[in-house]
Design a protein. Structure first.
Length: 230
């Protein structure tokens, strides 16, 4: 009997410890800024519009980093690209994280793999950016390469008699060099040469050897990442 009580006590202690951990890492964070659960589901708000408003149709495992640098793991998140709104799903309760002091969110599409990730961050300074705008961080280093994803709802004529509403996307790219203000850039060879000017010879040789295109965002990622190693 004494052994049974010991086992039960151990189980209760483990459960309490886990509950305290969840309460601290989620409850405290979610109550900053007076956040409240969403009164309605976000899944069907765009049901009459073709296309995808979110960065992912699934809730993705995430790490949230607050403005004071503290990291919170164990969340499930989605980013609404159309409204620039970050949501989290905690035990099937949806929270809009707009009031929260969120600086950055790292999304893991293949969790528990945390190497493959998408990183979104706000607070970047540029003449045409709002501080609350989430930008995707493609490369970080002495040169940081950013992507701003935007969506508009447009009427699309599928045929002479049918008009439907559809999300139409447009991406914009920014460069931050040596901690300066973010600058919008066009993806072409001339701009790449300006960005990597002091090491253009090496970057140009890398681009040629890898058969990369100066008009491709994916190839820019590779070339900026390479430049940051030089």
């Amino acid at each position: 009997m004494r052994k049974l009580y010991s086992i039960l006590a151990l189980c209760c202690t483990c459960s309490l410890a886990n509950a305290q951990y969840l309460t601290y890492s989620r409850y405290v964070f979610l109550n900053q800024g007076g956040m409240k659960p969403q009164a309605k589901s976000i899944d069907n708000q765009y049901e009459d519009i073709k296309g995808e408003a979110f960065n992912s149709p699934q809730w993705l495992s995430a790490r949230i980093v607050s403005t004071n640098g503290k990291a919170y793991d164990g969340f499930k998140c989605k980013l609404d690209i159309y409204t620039n709104t970050l949501y989290t799903n905690v035990n099937d309760t949806i929270y809009d994280l707009t009031p929260a002091p969120v600086k950055r969110v790292q999304l893991y599409p293949n969790f528990p793999d945390t190497v493959t990730r998408k990183v979104y961050q706000k607070g970047f300074v540029a003449s045409d950016l709002k501080p609350e705008s989430f930008l995707q961080v493609l490369v970080e280093g002495k040169v940081t390469f950013l992507k701003q994803e935007t969506l508009e709802i447009k009427d699309v004529h599928e045929d002479a008699l049918t008009t439907t509403k559809k999300f139409v996307g447009q991406d914009y790219y920014y460069i931050i060099k040596n901690g300066s203000i973010a600058e919008k850039v066009r993806l072409n060879k001339s701009t790449l040469q300006q960005v990597t000017g002091d090491k253009w010879k090496e970057v140009g040789a890398f681009m040629k050897a890898k058969e990369l295109s100066a008009s491709s965002a994916d190839d820019w990622k590779m070339m900026i990442a390479y430049y940051n190693t030089l």
